[in-house]
Design a protein around this ligand. Sequence first.
Ligand SMILES: [Zn+2]
Length: 411
Amino acid sequence: MRGSSMTDIGAFNEKLVLQTIRSAPDGIGQAEVVRRSQLSRQAVSLIARRLLADGLVEQAGTRISGPGKPHTLLRVVADARLAIGVHLDPAHIAVVICDLAARPVARTTLAPPTEDPRADLERVAGAIAELSRSLGASGPVPGEGEAVLSTHRRLLGIGIAAPAGLDADAGILRNPPWIPGWRDVPVVDALSAVTGLPATLDKDTNAALTGEIWTRHLDAAQTILYLYVGHGVGSAVSGGGRVHRGGSTQAGEIGHLPIGRADRICSCGRHGCQSLYTDAHVLVAAAREAGIAMSGKVGTTAALHALATAAADGSEAARAIIGSHASALGEAILILAGVHDPQRIIIGGPTWPALRDVGEAEVRRVLGDWLEDTAGVLESSHLGDDVGAIGAASLFLEQELAPGTGAPVGT
Ligand SMILES: [Zn+2]
């Protein structure tokens, strides 16, 4: 998380008011903003005027509640500002431009990272430029007076999501095992330099959870456990609306979590590590062994798609392979649920859409007692294949626009 500032929003109170208005997509009255933000009426009124003038907020009609005059509703103008999300995944590079609700307004998918990070980052910068141009061509954002901004001025910055093996504070990919050619690559500085935009970096797992919290306005008081199912399975956890990153952005790396099985031995020397049962290549190998149709030498993504299609078409072998993956995942989740005591468990990640039809029921079965005892919620992410890129954009939105953990000042 590198330092970058958003001078036209800046102050904590302003971010707090913006967040309060944002959490009510259908509009919210000023009195309710005062109540929820616990700021003074004068402060809210002043900030609301400034947000209206900046075009970040608009008036959304009036609401009559009880006696007295009807009050004006305020609503965030979702496309008043935009953030770019870049997801470096072993299977592909996804680039999106999202509005303030983290909804993609433009997107593209590039070939996977190679052993040449410099050339790859040039491809990413090219894609960002192209997507920005495509939005610019559609004309200025509807608004009034000075609120009309060009696409480039609306772009706040870039969030980058990448697999584990990175230093988020320094903005550097250190030694990501899933992207072997990328050692000590300063992605934040590199993309900032070519685009002129501030950037921030975090793990794909943390980005996905941030995207979930940002897009759904999830209750900040809840503890949320996220399982990111991609080439491997990683986890992320949040409390108080904040993702827990740990001391070196390594929190939630659960590949070597022993899930209580003894039939396979890991390269780390122990038995039953989670990754032995849930890595994508393990699934693909099992599918090939079972003779599930995969024409020629296809990539992991295509192979998983073929496996999911076979399962949907009623192949018992395909359903058993996905079920076995999901039961191992469920056992890992059960251990993590004991550690973190979450109220909500979300499963997502780029591979999960292919597995969820069979997999979610199996995870639910393994977690049966826990779900019953705790009344916890288990669900699949609604963000789909673009979860990493949308999450990456959310990282930037959250860094720039969320009020953070400090105390309100000047109330
Ligand atoms: Zn291991």
